[in-house]
Ligand binder design. Structure first.
Ligand code: G3H
Ligand code: ZN
Length: 298
C-alpha cells in the first residue's frame, strides 16, 4: 500500500532525492485550474499559495474550499491521495494567520523579515504556537526580499547586500525558535527583469548557510526570472521549495489580452479565460520539470 505523505514527508523526500516542490500562487479559480491540472498531468506534488493581497481578493474561506474541492477531485482521478497543499504566503497579520490555521491551510509562511531579528524571532514563536494547535507547518524568513511579485524591472535590479541572509543569523534564529523550514535571501527577489534573466543567485552564500544548518529545509522565493541553472544549483544545496508567481501572472494576462484583441466580440468568460488557464498550465509544467518533482507522488 502507498504511503499517504503529509507535507513534511514530501519535503524530507525532496531533500533526500534532490528535487524541490513548486509553490504557485493564485487569486482566482482559473489560475488554480491551470496550476493543478499541470501538476496532476505530471504527477507532481504541489503547493499552492495565497499572499495577503490574493487572500484579500479571493477570500480565505473560498481559497480553502477551492483547494479542498480540487484535492477531492484529483484524489478520485488518481485513485490515491493527491498531494496538494495550501500555504498562506508572506503572512504578517496574526489574526489572519489564526484564521488560516483553523480554517484548514496546511502551511503558514510568516514573513517577519521587515522586523529586527529579535522581533522576528518573538513573532515567529507566536506563529509556531498558533500553528502547533492544528499541526500546521510554519515557514519563517531570515533576510529580506523587500520586493513585490508582478514588478517588471526596466533596469538591472541591484540587491542591497544588507538584505542578504547572514549565516550566523540563521544559526541563531533556528536555535532559538526551533523552526525547521526557512526562507532565505541569497540574491533572489520578487518580480522579474524586463531584459534577460534575473541576476545570478549567490550560491556560495547558500552553501555556507546550508553547511551550518544541515537539518533545515530552505525555501527560495522570487522564483520567476531566476536563471534555470541557478535554480538547479540551489536545489542541490538544500532548497526544497521554490515559489513562483510573476511568471504565471505574466502568462495569464498576456494570453487573455491576446485572445481579446484577436476576438473582441468574444464575451464568454470560459472561452477567453481558458487561454489564460492553458498559458499558466504551460508555465507550471515547465517549472515542475525544472524542479524535478514530476512523477514524485508516492
Ligand atoms: O512568495 C511568492 C514568490 O516568492 C513569488 O515570487 O513573483 O518573483 O515569482 P515571483
Ligand atoms: Zn515570496
Amino acid at each position: 500500500m502507498k504511503k499517504n505523505l503529509k507535507i513534511e514527508g514530501y519535503l524530507k523526500r525532496a531533500r533526500k532525492e534532490g528535487f524541490a516542490i513548486g509553490q504557485f500562487n493564485f487569486s482566482n479559480s482559473d489560475q488554480l485550474k491551470g496550476i493543478v491540472e499541470a501538476a496532476f498531468e505530471l504527477r507532481s506534488p504541489l503547493i499552492v499559495g495565497t499572499s495577503p493581497a490574493e487572500v484579500n481578493y479571493l477570500g480565505l474561506e473560498i481559497a480553502v474550499n477551492l483547494v479542498a474541492a480540487w484535492k477531492v477531485k484529483l484524489t478520485k482521478r488518481l485513485g490515491r491521495s493527491f498531494p496538494l497543499f495550501l500555504n498562506l504566503d508572506h503572512a504578517r497579520d496574526l489574526k489572519v494567520i489564526k484564521e488560516a490555521v483553523f480554517r484548514g491551510y496546511d502551511m503558514i509562511h510568516f514573513d517577519g523579515s521587515f522586523l529586527s531579528l529579535k522581533k522576528n524571532l518573538q513573532e515567529t514563536k507566536k506563529v509556531l504556537k498558533i500553528a502547533s494547535q492544528k499541526k500546521v507547518l510554519v515557514e519563517a524568513e531570515v533576510g529580506q526580499l523587500g520586493t513585490e511579485s508582478s514588478t517588471i524591472y526596466k533596469e538591472k535590479f541591484m540587491i542591497q547586500d544588507s538584505f542578504l541572509t547572514k549565516p550566523e543569523d540563521v544559526e541563531y534564529f533556528v536555535r532559538e525558535s526551533g523552526v525547521k523550514f526557512l526562507a532565505v535571501n541569497i540574491g533572489n527577489f520578487h518580480g522579474v527583469q524586463k531584459i534577460g534573466k534575473n541576476p545570478h543567485l549567490r550560491i556560495e552564500l547558500l552553501k555556507e548557510i546550508s553547511r551550518k544548518n544541515q537539518n533545515i529545509y530552505f525555501v527560495l522565493h522570487g522564483g520567476s526570472g531566476i536563471p534555470f541553472q541557478d535554480v538547479k544549483e540551489a536545489i542541490k544545496q538544500g532548497m526544497v521549495k521554490v515559489n513562483f508567481n510573476t511568471d504565471l501572472r505574466l502568462a495569464f494576462a498576456k494570453a487573455i489580452l491576446k485572445e481579446l484583441k484577436e476576438k473582441p466580440e468574444e464575451i464568454a468568460p470560459y472561452k477567453y479565460l481558458n487561454q489564460g488557464v492553458l498559458a499558466i498550465k504551460k508555465v507550471v509544467k515547465e517549472r515542475i520539470k525544472l524542479l524535478g518533482s514530476a512523477g514524485k507522488i508516492v
